[in-house]
Ligand binder design. Structure first.
Ligand SMILES: [Zn+2]
Length: 313
């Protein structure tokens, strides 16, 4: 702005910004928005105590750059595409923003990313000769007592140990714990579940009957916690399986969980019985199928039919 701009004759003057009607802007304001005045000034506003800035009607402003019909067509097309999902083609009445996916498609994409990670993770486990599944067999319910213990090598599904869990506080239980210390030394320990029932947590073996399972006892044995590479990656079969299977309660969820049926409870891909060895061998086989990519996913996990969740564009 020049240091002094005299008032225009015959144009309405405003002495402060608060009086300026809506829809009137200075040239600088219009410029910031990519426009230039499209008509003569219809007002002026005092600034710096002695200068007047001309005001223009926003409604008559024109875009600063004019473009060729071809450029215009490209812009129009780009603007049009803002409203269309690039995965399923659905149209919204608002721009879809980055990625240009409608909500259900972006949820599917997020689920697919986890699904793909789960497969990668299962492959790592199957390839790792030190990865072993530690399974506690217990009857149904949170309060059931642990009955059997099994250790299965993930790589070849070989049963490394199967035995009785014994009763808390007895020599039999102590012997079972000592055995696990020996067998699991230096192993990458995989647990069955991170979502309960707690009667199947290895921690139940060091928990006095009637007391809650607590992480305070985790230091008693290295195998009480599953191998954990980082916060988002702990070795649990349920976690891997739910991410692979990708069940969600509704289509507006990007968080996979175990399929839940109000009548039957959780539906898992393996049995939870008192026989740890048989249950564990089923889980080891399942990890192999996830690694191979042959384990079926939930029917609404759409990527099985449309190119693995990856947009076709
Ligand atoms: Zn879509």
């Amino acid at each position: 702005m020049p240091s002094y701009v005299p008032a225009l004759p015959d144009v309405i003057r405003y002495t402060w910004w608060g009086d300026v009607p809506e829809g009137l802007f200075t040239k600088t304001d219009l410029d910031r928005q990519g426009f230039k005045p499209g008509s003569d000034p219809v007002g002026q506003v005092l600034y710096h105590g002695n200068s007047y800035a001309p005001l223009y009607e926003a409604a008559k402003a024109v875009p600063k750059r004019t473009c060729s019909p071809a450029q215009r067509a490209v812009l129009d097309r780009a603007r049009e595409l803002q409203y269309q999902c690039r995965r399923c083609g659905v149209r919204r009445h608002y721009p879809l923003g980055r990625g240009r996916w409608c909500e259900p498609c972006s949820y599917t994409a997020a689920l697919y990313a986890d699904h793909a990670k789960a497969r990668q993770f299962a492959r790592e486990l199957v390839d790792d000769l030190d990865a072993v599944l530690l399974v506690v067999g217990a009857g149904p319910g949170e309060c059931a007592s642990p009955e059997t213990i099994a250790v299965i090598r993930v790589h070849d599904q070989e049963l490394l140990h199967a035995g009785e869990a014994g009763t808390y506080g007895t020599a039999e239980r102590q012997a079972a714990l000592d055995r696990l210390d020996k067998i699991l030394e230096g192993c990458r320990v995989v647990h069955e579940t991170d979502r309960g029932p707690v009667s199947r947590y290895p921690s139940i073996l060091v928990t006095p009957p009637g007391q809650p399972v607590s992480s305070e006892r985790d230091s008693l044995h290295t195998w009480l916690r599953p191998h954990r590479e980082n916060v988002g990656k702990a070795d649990c079969v349920t976690r891997l399986w739910r991410q692979w299977f990708a069940w969600t309660r509704d289509e507006c969820s990007s968080m996979a969980s175990e399929p839940w049926d109000w009548d039957c409870g959780t539906t898992l891909a393996w049995e939870q019985t008192t026989q740890a060895a048989a249950d564990g061998q089923m889980m080891a086989a399942l990890l192999q199928r996830i690694a191979d990519g042959t384990e079926p996913v939930w029917e609404r996990a759409a990527w099985t039919v449309d190119g693995h969740g990856i947009p076709a564009v």
